[in-house]
Write a protein that binds this ligand. Structure first.
Ligand SMILES: O=P(O)(O)O[C@H]1O[C@H](CO)[C@@H](O)[C@H]1O
Ligand SMILES: O=c1cc[nH]c(=O)[nH]1
Length: 262
């Protein structure tokens, strides 16, 4: 039976949020958010009792236990609009702390492929959150989440960089890749680099802005997939993604132990 009730916040089959297709109680208060649905599968071995509970469009959701505590993983797909949907539906399901685990391109020398980046905030170049707050509103990560991520990288001995990232709504022109005769964003890397921005990716500003507006905890942990200054692209990416997942779960464990999120 396919039933949607009310257009304002439609529910599928009476209780399921419409895109993630899950009901309250199926996800944990702590949720990891990769863009890529493949990472929802890749992370499986780090959990006990891990189950994929839904898969619809770009949204794949898994829930398992890490050190005895429930943690969920939900892919957002690429970019702001699908991230907005995932975040809103997870908050509707009573998520309290959302942590993006993604890939990114560094735009500073000295940041190597495979390094971690913890963004303290994101430049809002994506557009989706202009529906939530004026452009001057900052997209900031939660302080406790940032601190837990720093400690997790240090505990595991992974090299990390801390600072502001920029979120774009375009992978090619929006990140300064010239693919047509005129690129309106041709100077984006030069501009962001000069401002000290560390990296480019496509979802963090949406997560950080919406979580902040809605009173949830959020942060962003990224692994460097490319360096646009040195023109390097990490081909063997799986091991780096596993490092990313390990750091994220280690940080979540700290937040749970500290009782930061209630
Ligand atoms: O590695 P994920 O989380 O998919 O994120 C990065 O990869 C995609 C681009 O290839 C964008 O979504 C970007 O933000
Ligand atoms: O170049 C890149 C690599 C990862 N993610 C991005 O958004 N851009």
């Amino acid at each position: 039976m396919t039933r949607f009730i009310q257009a304002d916040f439609p529910l599928y089959e009476g209780t399921k949020v419409p895109h993630l297709r899950i009901s309250e109680g199926e996800t944990a208060p702590y949720v990891l958010l990769p863009g890529d649905p493949g990472r929802v599968e890749l992370i499986r071995d780090l959990f006990s009792n891990y189950k994929i509970i839904s898969s619809n469009r770009e949204f794949k959701v898994g829930t398992g236990e890490f050190n005895g505590n429930p943690v969920s993983v939900c892919s957002t797909g690429i970019g702001g609009p699908s991230t907005e949907i995932a975040v809103l539906e997870l908050l509707r399901l009573k998520a309290k702390c959302l942590l993006r685990i993604g890939g990114t391109a560094a735009i500073q020398e000295g940041i190597d492929c495979g390094d971690m980046i913890i963004n303290t905030g994101s430049v809002r170049l994506g557009g989706t959150t202009n529906h939530y707050a004026r452009p001057e509103f900052p997209a900031l990560a939660n302080h406790y989440v940032v601190q837990a991520l720093i400690e997790a990288c240090e505990d595991l001995g992974y090299r990390y960089h801390l600072g502001i990232g920029a979120t774009t709504s375009s992978f090619y022109h929006g990140q300064g890749r010239d693919v047509s005769p005129y690129n309106y964003s041709a100077n984006i890397i030069e501009e962001m680099k000069a401002l000290g921005v560390l990296n480019l990716e496509m979802e963090s500003e949406t997560l950080l802005t919406i979580a902040s507006v809605m009173g949830a905890y959020a942060g962003t942990l990224l692994v460097v997939h490319a360096n646009r200054i040195t023109n390097q692209w990490l081909v063997d990416y799986e091991e780096s993604q596993m490092k990313l997942c390990k750091v994220a779960l280690h940080a979540v464990d700290k937040l749970i132990t500290r009782g930061v999120v209630s």
